[in-house]
Design a protein around this ligand. Structure first.
Ligand SMILES: [Zn+2]
Length: 388
């Protein structure tokens, strides 16, 4: 079996039973321990964690991980495995050569594990690349993080999201194809509620695609099957429609309003604010955008960070998701950018870690992830170099 060592950007092969000295650990369950600890595991699962006296000696078989801290593996709550973060239009053309895309995805998955990310939630692609990747990981054909996949998104025909889903003309067409849609396999339902934000127009957002009644019916169809709903939504109107229709998480949510955060808190709706697709364009300068666009991006970033801080203080459920695959949002590495953005928003680092593990596990609908306790599989943990 393997354990991710993000400190060295690789994973270690380990026996099913063993022991190791680590410099300390952190988990949402056990809190922070920054003294040496003897970790023992049996049948691939954590068996005990005992603080150590420095003078003790260990058997020769004890692994010395004494420069690493043990943490639950990270979870990225929003990625697109079928996109390469380099060139959107070229990438869509490459979809005609599935072999190329699958090679890419295999590399991304490996890299996620090397960077300590043990689970991802994929927001979909029309050809179903992420769904097939999920199956290959599950069957052990590829190594990679656990993949929760929406398979194909639900969007309105002729509106934003053509690469995410086939598009439904209206609710009648949705009803006609609903059974088929769920039948093709789905972990969560992603609905495209609005278009994209506009980099050259502060407050500009592509049109809202559904009424509350329409979206409510789509949400109900998923919920009665026990399937959570993630909603791509930005702008006051679209976010309100998503909240009222009862979705489980708002993705992106640019231009969020305070009153909307309060309603989300009441209804237990999570927010995955994906800062990296905006913030990384400023953090890693590119000549792709005009100075007007750069100014607009700066304003969008500022209001997004302010709202994230507000959400944190209002105790709204906050997830950490990158939108990896988007331009300048590379798979795996961008997760560290996204955590930095949350810290920049004013959230204490260990609280960001809690969101990146425990809260994201709830958002993925996989509460067995994002934890470190007796019984946790070693393959869901990671070794990091420091906790500061
Ligand atoms: Zn997305």
């Amino acid at each position: 079996m393997n354990i991710s060592c993000s400190a060295e950007q690789k994973f270690f092969e380990i026996p099913y039973e063993g022991e190791a000295v680590v410099a300390g650990f952190w988990s949402p369950e056990l809190g922070l321990c920054s003294q040496s600890v003897l970790l023992k595991w049996k049948e691939g699962k954590v068996n005990s964690l005992q603080p150590l006296d420095h003078l003790e000696s260990y058997p020769k078989t004890t692994l010395l991980w004494d420069s690493y801290f043990l943490l639950p593996g990270w979870i990225d709550a929003h990625v697109h495995l079928a996109l390469d973060s380099l060139d959107f239009y070229q990438c869509l053309e490459n979809w005609a050569q599935p072999f190329l895309i699958e090679e890419n995805i295999k590399g991304f998955l490996q890299h996620y594990l090397e960077m300590g990310i043990v689970a991802i939630r994929d927001g979909g692609d029309l050809p179903g690349f992420s769904w097939r990747a999920k199956k290959k990981v599950k069957e052990g054909v590829w190594s990679g993080p656990r993949v929760i996949s929406v398979h194909e998104a639900v969007n309105r025909a002729g509106m934003y999201g053509r690469f995410l889903g086939r598009g439904f003309k209206d609710l009648l067409e949705w009803r006609e194809k609903e059974i088929d849609f769920f039948g093709q396999g789905i972990d969560q339902l992603k609905v495209v509620v609005t278009g994209l934000i506009k980099f050259d127009d502060f407050q500009g957002v592509g049109p809202t695609q559904w009424t509350v009644e329409e979206l409510g019916e789509v949400v109900e169809a998923a919920h009665k099957r026990g399937i959570p709903v993630m909603a791509h939504a930005s702008g006051e109107e679209g976010i309100s429609v998503a909240i009222t229709a009862g979705v489980d998480s708002i993705e992106h949510g640019y231009y969020m309003k305070t009153g909307q955060l309060e309603r989300m808190k009441e209804k237990g709706i999570a927010w995955v604010p994906t800062v990296a697709p905006i913030g990384n364009l400023l953090k890693y300068p590119t000549d792709r955008y005009s100075s007007h666009e750069i100014d607009t991006l700066k304003r969008i970033l500022e209001v997004q960070l302010t709202k994230i801080r507000e959400a944190y203080h209002l105790k709204v459920r906050l997830g950490v998701g990158t939108d990896a695959g988007a331009y300048r949002v590379p798979h795996a590495q961008s997760f560290y950018d996204e955590m930095d953005w949350m810290v920049q928003a004013g959230i204490p680092k260990l609280e960001v870690y809690r969101m990146a593990t425990h809260e994201n596990a709830q958002i993925l609908g996989s509460p067995e992830l994002g934890r470190l306790d007796v019984g946790t599989p070693m393959s869901l943990l990671q070794l990091v170099s420091d906790l500061r």
